[in-house]
Write a protein that binds this ligand. Sequence first.
Ligand code: SAH
Length: 371
Amino acid sequence: MFELVHPGWSKGLEGRTLESRPSLKDMSIDELRGFFISMGEEGYRAEQVMSWMYRHGVRSFSEMTNLSKSLRDRLAQKASLDDPQVLARRDSRDGYATKYLVGLRDGNAVETVVLRYSYGTSICISTQVGCRMACRFCASALGGFVRNLTAGEMMNQILVAQGGFGGEGDRITHIVLMGSGEPLDNYVETLKFIRLAHHPQGFGIGYRRITVSTCGLVPGIDRLAGEGIPVTLSVSLHAPDDGLRDRLVPVNRVYPLRELIPACARFVDRTGRRITFEYVLLAGINDAPRDARRLAARLEGLVAHVNLIPFNPVRGKANKRPSAEAVDVFRSVLEEEGVSCTVRRELGLDIDAACGQLRRRYGEDTQGFGE
Ligand code: SAH
């Protein structure tokens, strides 16, 4: 089922040469302008080069034909385009989801998932290799935290999805920061990425079509509220009270619900945007009708929408997915209590679309990708 784009890599991820030249994709538009000015060039070169990198998806400086040959040569000496490697691609049988394993310049790898909906095509971006948050049911933190991704490495995930690197691509219309990692734990690069993805010479994606998902880092939520960009905030709640949330989402011990919920209210006040809460349904743990009633009580007064996600089984985690009936009862109790909610339509279950799973399988199976 895997399409191996670089068969030579199936023995492992090692062997990439370390790149010391800075990647132009890691630069904000202002940094890129500064870079050109420091080379004695005009600042507008920044827009030209961005357009080549993102709108045209070129993979080398030599393709940037409106730059002089000597400028292209100097760029190639001083900077890189951090060309990503597609290590693997899997397509779901129903055709609605595609998952890529993207190799990074230091030999690490992250996943990115494309989800095709009727309203557009969404990409689920990873923001870190591994994760520090250690949520009980999530695969992303199983191997611990490795490192933050740079803004360019996030931009590269979109380039891969748009098809510049082998295979057929998609035109991305929506971004969700719901891959591996905690975006607000990598704040600066994540914000740089959001602004680049929004830029007309980037991918031109409207802020409202970009969703930042967080397990609830309160200072990050407040900082994001003050950026003046109308992104959508999604908070992974998963429990109606601190006792249970402490166990499922350990960072709750640092930012408990009595601090998190008011931070969400401040975000709504300052941005005028509705908040989405994610609630993963774990059989016998947080899926009882009583939990739904207590959740509704917690959210009273907030302009919010709840996304219910039936647990996606993870190898190495004992949690179970609730029955369809239990999911339905939970949803109807929330609705009776006046909370707007939907059960997340799941695409790509057969390709392990839950966080961290493809990367883990790749790591476990050195023969490469067999099931
Ligand atoms: N760190 C961020 C974003 C990454 S996870 C966050 O916590 O929001 C994106 C969403 O998927 C989160 O709500 C997360 O709790 C959920 N998730 C993780 N593993 C899952 C699984 N196995 N099944 C269903 N949802 C899962």
